[in-house]
Design a protein around this ligand. Sequence first.
Ligand SMILES: Cc1ncc(COP(=O)(O)O)c(/C=C/C(=O)C(=O)O)c1O
Length: 353
Amino acid sequence: QWRGVLNEYSDRLNISAATPIITLGEGGTPLIPAAALSARTGAKVWIKFEGMNPTGSFKDRGMTMAISKAMEDGAKAVICASTGNTSASAAAYATHAGITAAVLVPEGKIAMGKLSQAVAHNAQLLQVQGNFDDCLDIARDLATNYPVHLVNSVNPDRIEGQKTAAFEVVEVLGDAPDFQFVPVGNAGNYTAYFRGYSEEVARGATTKLPRMFGFQAAGSAPIVLGHRVDHPDTLASAIRIGNPASWDLALNAREQSDGYFGAITDAKILEAHRILSAEVGIFVEPASAIGVAGLLERAEAGFIPKGSTVVITVTGHGLKDPQWALRTADGSDVVPTIVPVDTAEIASVLGLA
Ligand SMILES: Cc1ncc(COP(=O)(O)O)c(/C=C/C(=O)C(=O)O)c1O
């Protein structure tokens, strides 16, 4: 069986025999051809479905590394700030390791699925009366002044673990794609994919780097705007971040990969969210759909050559924040169809009769 990314890629990660391997089987996620998106764009589109990780997001790749290294350092408690998925993952891996996790989330801005996971995994969850950026400032202060180990993506172990997704793409495609699309909050994952692909080039496993295309929500797009956003706002709560922790690393990755950062409106995020679930059969939380929206926008604008190989990483499962599938385009609630226990009636409603 798949043994988790630290075991599967041990020779390409900075772990040693002294590193305890804390794993829930993360990684080895599906790379799924998206015929509907290929038809819409003329590219050859693949979806890297990171919702299939143990806690339902890509964060598990980084957390297995961060918690394993924390255990190696003798940590007894970990701390993180989170818009939700990092807290769910930190809580799961910490409890699996037998240590405690404290998580700081912006009050009232965490999706129900993620809140449920952090509580279920016995984290000390504090809702901070501020936004994610305030939470990260506090978490860094706590890790500096108290005996708690910081597991946010400012911790390089997280980037190390997350770069394994690029290894898996290359294994399946036999080369790097022409374009790699990702959502961008702190820009840790954008940075991690660039690092993973760069290492593949260095070891001769690929002929090229993909162009790294990252997307931020229009109401929360500091890298696109070129300045911090003090009051970020988007329904894509996972990427509601105004001061990205890996900003400089991401700009470097963009330069070196002839990459791009773009902003996408909430309406276009929801449109892509629906296309992905209704036409491809992949259910994601809204932030994860921004890469699909980004591809549709870039293709429409003529920047994606026909026949290009495109990988879009969708980062969190739709079950994290299922409410969005139950709203119609104009924001009203989907009305359930209620029928009597009567075959003829139902056949008629289904349009069979
Ligand atoms: C579903 C989903 N998609 C994309 C991102 C952006 O990744 P980065 O650009 O590496 O930050 C996040 C980030 C979440 C957190 O930052 C957190 O959980 O604290 C996410 O949950």
